[in-house]
Design a protein around this ligand. Structure first.
Ligand SMILES: [Zn+2]
Ligand SMILES: [Zn+2]
Length: 408
């Protein structure tokens, strides 16, 4: 393969740490790591103008999404309506402050901050301007990519709608319509945003004299001389570390906590929803069975995967990766790296069930028979999802390769 000569273009794989030079002609293609097969650079289908247009549209759509009527239900000649933020306030008044906080952060606040920062950075780049704060702003926008969950909330909304529309008249308001549009555009931004290109325009990669001993910024992939260890990255201001600090002990602590909470999360009921004018408590698996019995097989399979299978596979996958480091295993490293990437990517979709509750509790309280509320398992369940997302982030997959190299 033809490689470019001097200058920038040397990258360290974020999954295994292997230093390699990117091929010169990478436009319209995907470059994979020579060691672990992870994606180093993807330019296919990427466009900064498309990302900017979608991001700006999301910011504009989030205004009516947050301010207009979201859902309306009609039963017994009375109606109830909600706003996006009322999911959080309803949880708070019902005595679930942690759920209220999670819904407020993931659905209301983080999408506004993420797409506000992204629009500012991409907009200024489009105008040919670079300001000193843009590296920091783009880093925070990227960090919030996992935690801003408009598209996951949409799935929750769809599930809740399908379950309740038989027994209660549910109307989707302009707030929900604009939020649906914002959620779809958020998926387009994920697909079109070329982060490497944005970083290169904020500050170009620099040549490092000794790439073999250089360290790499985890946030913006900038390669720096080894003496930058512990100091701030000149491009994005994140603290630069050779490896994530206390990665293994933190991942073990978080994964163990999630593993313990996984038991009550599945044993106790998650919520009560009025199904056919009857308050019905359901656990994660009972919810899946209800959906299947109602003939909603596609949603049943989806919720089974999101709420039961994904948390379980995440716990097993992370344990496999941690054990690999502790035992200095050199077996199946590529498979482990792939597992880790999947675990990191899909974890946020497990928030569907808490969002089902969040979407409908505010419009469900009519009388002693028709009401919806969160139940005991909702807090441990949400905690499992949040803890596994954080533990996937604290784990440093490069340690598996370090440990395997130490073996010989
Ligand atoms: Zn790699
Ligand atoms: Zn950086």
């Amino acid at each position: 393969m033809e490689y470019s000569g001097a200058g920038a273009g040397i990258v360290g794989c974020p999954d295994c740490g292997t230093r390699q030079r990117l091929p010169a002609a990478v436009r319209s293609t995907v470059v994979r790591c020579i060691t672990c097969d992870g994606t180093l650079e993807r330019t296919q289908g990427r466009s900064l103008s498309a990302s900017l247009a979608c991001s700006l549209a999301i910011v504009l759509l989030l205004v009516p999404a947050n301010l207009s009527m979201f859902l309306r239900t009609d039963a017994l000649g009375v109606s109830r309506s909600s706003h996006l933020g009322s999911a959080a306030s309803a949880m708070l008044t019902e005595g679930w402050p942690w759920l209220a906080l999670v819904v407020f952060l993931f659905v209301v606040l983080f999408p506004i901050v993420r797409f506000g920062l992204l629009t500012a950075v991409l907009g200024l780049l489009e105008l040919g301007r670079v300001e000193p704060w843009m590296g920091r702003a783009f880093r925070w926008s990227n960090r919030l990519e996992t935690w801003a969950m408009p598209e996951v909330f949409l799935l929750g909304l769809a599930v809740a709608y399908a379950r309740l529309t038989d027994s209660i008249a549910v109307r989707v308001g302009p707030g929900a319509v604009t939020f649906i549009a914002a959620g779809v555009l958020a998926l387009v931004v994920r697909a079109t945003l070329d982060k490497a290109a944005v970083w290169a325009r904020i500050a170009p990669d620099a040549e490092v004299a000794d790439p073999a001993h250089a360290i790499e910024c985890q946030d913006c992939d900038l390669l720096l001389p080894a003496h930058h260890e512990g100091r701030g990255c000149p491009r994005c201001a994140a603290p630069v570390r050779h490896r994530k600090p206390q990665s293994i002990s933190r991942t073990i602590a978080l994964t163990s906590a999630a593993l313990l909470l996984y038991i009550p999360a599945n044993l106790y009921p998650l919520a009560t929803l009025p199904i056919n004018y009857k308050p019905t408590k359901y656990t994660v698996l009972e919810g899946v069975i209800d959906l299947a019995q109602a003939g909603l097989w596609d949603l049943a399979i989806l919720v089974f995967c999101a709420s039961f299978l994904i948390p379980f596979l995440k716990l097993v996958g992370l344990t496999w990766c941690v054990v690999s480091v502790l035992r200095r295993s050199d077996r199946h490293l590529v498979a482990k790296a792939r597992t880790y990437r999947v675990v990191e990517e899909i974890g946020r979709w497990s928030m569907v069930d808490p969002f089902v509750i969040g979407a409908f509790v505010p419009v469900m309280n009519y009388n002693a028979l028709i009401y919806g509320r969160a139940e005991a398992a909702s807090v441990p369940f949400t905690a499992v999802v949040v803890l596994t997302i954080i533990s996937a982030k604290t784990f440093d997959p490069r340690l598996m390769w370090d440990a395997a190299r130490r073996r010989v």
